[in-house]
Design a protein around this ligand. Structure first.
Ligand code: C5P
Length: 231
């Protein structure tokens, strides 16, 4: 993977045709794409397999959560397609089962710590123990790594503190919430520029709307890439 493959383009479309159109317009520029739950019921898994066959890197963002036996079986099936990244919820028993299911496949298992859309009040409602979200995210990241995860998903706010943990120092950290200084933040609450997110410790950036909603997605992608490469 080269430096530009630190940018993962999120294919958050309502149809695979539109997603494929963006992939093809970025042909020769972007190599790494994320397919998530929005496309899964619309042929997203088949699209992910097709893109893999074309030699692209694929992040399958399914945030899986179930009993160990089911997770193991689900991950085993998904890993046959040799996707590059797969997300599961960050509970240690889920991660252990996912790692077992992955077996010797190249797929990296990434743990979701807490969704960035949750605040402390939401965590109270979900009966999560008291404490600062940042601290809890770090504890969850540590437990995820100890359970065998190859990395975690983290917002820009948690990057530095997760990286300080010796267990997480060399692990994959994928960061959403990436915005250029003057662009709309949309529904993201904790944002950072591509350069800052990498400086704070992200290994990969997931970027959706700033690329696919741009008038010229190739130009938007290239601008982000240049910022990363020049810094
Ligand atoms: O359009 P935008 O750049 O905000 O897209 C960010 C992508 O990252 C979306 O696909 C979203 O589902 C994903 N994501 C996120 N926050 C998380 C986990 C994933 O925004 N905590």
């Amino acid at each position: 993977m080269s430096n530009k493959d630190k940018i993962i383009v999120a294919l958050d479309f309502e149809s695979c045709d539109k997603a494929l159109e963006l992939v093809e317009s970025l042909d020769g520029y972007a190599n790494f794409f994320k397919i998530g739950l929005g496309l899964i019921g619309r042929g997203g898994l088949e699209l992910a397999c097709e893109l893999k066959k074309r030699g692209l890197y694929i992040f399958l963002d399914l945030k899986l959560f179930d009993i160990s036996n089911t997770i193991k079986n689900a991950v085993k099936g998904l890993c046959e397609a040799k996707f590059d990244f797969l997300t599961v919820q960050g509970d240690p028993q889920v991660i252990k089962a996912a790692v077992e299911g992955r077996g010797t496949s190249i797929t990296k298992i990434l743990a979701v710590t807490f969704l960035t859309s949750l605040n402390r009040r939401d965590l109270d409602q979900n009966l999560i123990i008291p404490g600062e979200i940042q601290t809890l995210v770090c504890n969850r990241a540590e437990k995820a790594i100890l359970a065998g995860a190859d990395g975690v998903i983290a917002s820009p706010q948690e990057l530095s503190i997760i990286r300080e943990n010796p267990l997480c120092m060399k692990k994959i950290i994928v960061t959403p919430g990436i915005r250029q200084t003057n662009s709309a933040v949309d529904d993201q609450k904790r944002v950072a520029t591509p350069y800052d997110a990498l400086r704070m410790g992200a290994s990969h950036l997931v970027i959706g709307r700033p690329i696919y909603q741009a008038k010229d997605p190739v130009a938007a992608y290239e601008e982000i890439k240049m910022q990363i490469l020049n810094n």
